[in-house]
Design a protein around this ligand. Structure first.
Ligand code: SF4
Length: 448
């Protein structure tokens, strides 16, 4: 496809939209970093952009549909501005046959690339700008880990740092291992250097990211575990808080629990996706733990780490889920008393084993169970939040509150959102906040 690219240099603004998880957010920050280094600036307005990027997700069907809708809408813009470059990348493009489908539906797309080669974006951009030829490059095998890619971070206070890529677990409902490849860990010294650099720039909190952070270190020489990595990072001076996600329950070792207990910078917060409270369904999901093992793990975490907050992911309506299985999920939720929960209706994903399972659950049953679960989780979360009224908590001030511009917002060590009256000069600092009121999903307070 030929493009008229004569005036491309006159307007150096880009628009980027990210779908999906924090890993995608971090990938987008790298795409922004690479573009900023070339002199582009980000715009919130597609009309002003000479480059539009969609970084896609394929974990749920509605995210895919949104991408199709968004790219379809660009046809008018592309007609008006022939110089506009449209790029689509991320997990959805990595799915078999998807890139070709997108190009067939939207032939005006200029660049398509997958999850393993996003560091090559500047090269693809240069190719399109120089020759006007459409670029499609999806690598089927994970490439080497590329270090030193510039990153344009959204926050000046807290940052995501990916420590490993990919997943080996093959849960039967999930596409991630197919689109993100097998597990690869970054070298600990590269991670440490990145964090030291962030601390030197004033960052106070980092969240270590990986699809399954607990299995960090496999294949690295010399041998290192995720707990070892946490203990090393905990020694970095100037860093105040460390978080990590996501933990697979089967890989959450005692060694890791003790590291969280012992390291002062590690926040008392664990995201521990359970997905279902039914051992039968967990087996069908290929999760490698059962209900009792999960509950035993939760009891151990609560015993070793006082005031820990535990959050989770739950899928409702997995194929074959009976009312009894669903009730097992409800009773598990009540027993664990999660501090927050991300609940999802099961979404069929092509080429996954669960997609081929019989006994897919009718939509109305899924929605009914989802609403009943939401009622229970919301009640528990609100009850837990209410225990904070009158207490003083440490908050890392992130910036103005999104709900009320006269207030500031930040999070407690255990991850609760706090909107509070305080001093703007303390943005980026740790402050003490007295909680005056608890809402269902946030706390209200005053800096003291
Ligand atoms: S652990 Fe399971 S749900 Fe998580 S990314 Fe891997 S396959 Fe997907």
């Amino acid at each position: 496809m030929e493009n008229n690219l004569l005036n491309i240099e006159s307007k150096k603004e880009y628009f980027i939209q990210t779908f999906g998880c924090q890993m995608n957010e971090e990938d987008s920050e790298k795409l922004c970093g690479m573009l900023n280094r070339q002199g582009y600036v980000q715009t919130e307005n597609k009309e002003d952009a000479s480059i539009i990027i969609f970084n896609t997700c394929c974990v749920r069907e509605n995210a895919e549909n949104k991408v199709f809708g968004n790219v379809g809408d660009l046809k008018k813009l592309k007609k008006k501005n022939k110089d506009l470059i449209i790029a689509i990348c991320g997990c959805m493009m990595q799915q078999k046959g998807m890139a070709d489908k997108v190009l067939e539906m939207f032939p005006y797309v200029d660049i398509i690339f997958g999850t393993h080669n996003s560091y090559k974006f500047p090269e693809y951009l240069a190719r399109v700008k120089q020759s006007g030829v459409q670029v499609k490059e999806i690598l089927n095998k994970e490439d080497k880990i590329v270090e030193g890619i510039p990153i344009e971070r959204k926050s000046n206070v807290k940052a995501f740092v990916t420590v490993m890529y990919g997943c080996n677990n093959f849960c039967t409902y999930c596409v991630v291992p197919y689109v993100r490849g097998r597990e690869r860990s970054r070298k600990p010294e590269d991670i440490e250097n990145e964090i030291k650099d962030l601390v030197a720039k004033g960052y106070k909190e980092i969240t270590l990211l990986g699809q399954n952070v607990n299995s960090y270190g496999k294949g690295l020489e010399p041998h290192i575990t995720f707990a070892d990595l946490l203990r090393r990072i905990n020694k970095i001076e100037g860093l105040e808080r460390i978080r990590f996600m996501t933990s697979h329950p089967k890989d959450l070792t005692d060694e890791l629990i003790y590291a969280i207990r012992d390291c002062d910078k590690l926040c008392e917060q664990i995201h521990l996706p359970v997905q279902s409270g039914s051992s039968r369904i967990l087996k069908e999901m290929n999760r490698h733990y059962d209900r009792d093992q999960y509950l035993k793990l939760v009891r151990k975490i609560k015993k070793e780490i006082p005031n820990v907050s535990i959050s989770t992911d739950i899928i409702i309506g997995f194929p074959g889920e009976t009312e009894e299985d669903f009730n097992d999920t409800l009773s598990l939720v009540k027993e664990v008393e999660y501090d927050s929960a991300f609940t999802f209706i099961y979404s069929r994903r092509n080429n996954t084993p669960a997609d081929k399972m019989e006994n897919q659950i009718p939509e109305e049953i899924k929605h009914d169970r989802f609403n009943r679960l939401l009622e229970v989780t919301n009640e528990i979360i609100a009850k837990k939040n209410s225990t904070f009224e009158g207490k003083t908590v440490e908050v890392l001030v992130e910036g103005p509150s999104k709900n009320d511009p006269d207030k500031l917002m930040g999070r407690t060590r255990d991850g609760r959102l706090v909107n509070f009256t305080g001093k703007t000069e303390n943005i980026g600092e740790l402050v003490n906040v007295k909680i005056t009121k608890a809402h269902a999903f946030s706390l209200i307070g005053e800096e003291i």
